[in-house]
Design a protein around this ligand. Structure first.
Ligand SMILES: Cc1cc2nc3c(=O)[nH]c(=O)nc-3n(C[C@H](O)[C@H](O)[C@H](O)COP(=O)(O)OP(=O)(O)OC[C@H]3O[C@@H](n4cnc5c(N)ncnc54)[C@H](O)[C@@H]3O)c2cc1C
Length: 315
């Protein structure tokens, strides 16, 4: 079985969720030959030493910055004559943008937003949370039909080690007329903190935070835990946190190992973005708050008492 894993990079570093795809493929598809495919004029040195069997470097100077049209065109051109059994793409913003276009161009199905994968005698089964995590679908494909799956960050353990893969360079000519947008600049809005969609631990605040100044406290807790700060849409709409931190239906869908919800009621649109977290802790003064229905640990109390205590005890 051939599994291709799409590697996102910024020219220097590889994004962690892509290393998790390799970890997931190795763990759940141990028989597979794993190929990392990476696009760009240059690729980071780390890619050349990934612990995989092969690397495909899809090369063009038009691929320096990510754009939907160019990347989907280049990858589909590179793969069209030998489509692998499975293409794994991380469910990041970029991956969610790329995967449907690639699926259409290669004319193979896409199973999106998966959190697990397992194989039985005849099928490959993908785990796909639905309806804000209220239902879990197991989507089965036969082993002889190629497909693409997007996998949520933190679904699988990352890989650290190095390998000595075969590297194949595929040069692709990209016609100018397929491009409708031009990248003028790329700005990192996450600062020193990990991206909320990729962090293993997320401390999120809602309207119960009462004001932007109180998010400092959550930043402190996130720092102590090595995590990122998230926010409900109410907190974002109030202007307390940037939209890039929003968790939920119209924000990011995340699956951290630990999600701490502070002053968040747990509306369905918020739960849609975080209910597949592996452990949920909720701090809320209202014992009837919806968030407690999905929380593994609930603290019915004032977050302004509990969060400083957590910082003190965990520091
Ligand atoms: C189309 C659509 C899309 C949406 N997309 C999103 C989305 O992506 N993400 C999202 O989050 N929402 C989204 N929403 C909004 C969603 O419906 C809720 O309005 C929102 O999630 C509520 O945010 P909140 O929990 O912070 O605020 P509230 O619902 O006001 O809850 C605040 C909570 O804080 C608690 N609290 C207050 N003071 C304290 C204290 N001192 N200590 C502890 N607890 C305290 C209260 O008991 C309450 O439960 C969307 C809505 C629509 C219609």
């Amino acid at each position: 079985m051939k599994v291709y894993v799409f590697i996102e990079h910024n020219g220097e570093a590889v994004r962690k969720p892509c290393l998790e795809l390799i970890g997931g493929a190795r763990k759940h598809l141990p028989e597979a030959e794993i190929t990392a495919m990476c696009a760009g004029q240059e690729i980071p040195d780390r890619v050349r030493h990934l612990p995989v069997d092969n690397i495909i470097h899809i090369k063009s100077d038009a691929l320096t910055d990510y754009t939907s049209e160019r990347h989907s065109y280049a990858i589909s051109e590179a793969l069209k004559n030998s489509i692998p059994d499975i293409i794994l793409i991380s469910a990041t913003f970029q991956g969610r943008d790329l995967a449907p276009r690639l699926s259409a161009k290669l004319n193979i199905p896409l199973i999106s937003e998966c959190t697990g994968i397992n194989v039985d005698n005849s099928n490959i089964n993908l785990i796909h949370p639905m309806f804000g995590g209220r239902a879990i679908a197991s989507v089965s494909t036969t082993k002889d039909e190629p497909f693409i799956a997007t996998i949520r960050p933190n679904a699988f353990p990352s890989v650290d080690g190095e390998g000595n893969p075969q590297i194949e360079e595929v040069k692709v000519d990209i016609p100018d007329d397929i491009q409708t947008v031009e990248v003028l600049s790329v700005e990192d809005t996450t600062g020193d903190m990990p991206d909320v969609a990729e962090a293993p631990i997320v401390v999120s605040g809602g309207r119960g935070m009462k004001g932007p100044e109180n998010f400092k406290m959550l930043e402190e807790l996130a720092k102590v835990l090595g995590g990122a700060v998230g926010a409900s849409r109410s907190a974002v709409d109030e202007g307390w946190m940037p939209q890039s931190h929003q968790v939920g239906q119209t924000g990011k869908t995340i699956s951290p190992n630990l999600y701490i919800a502070c002053g968040i009621s747990g509306a369905i649109q918020h739960r849609a973005g975080m209910s597949s977290s592996k452990c949920i802790v909720a701090i809320n003064t209202d014992p009837e708050a919806e968030i407690f229905k999905i929380a593994d640990y609930g603290i019915v109390s004032d977050l302004f008492k509990i969060v400083p205590l957590m910082i003190e005890k965990l520091s």
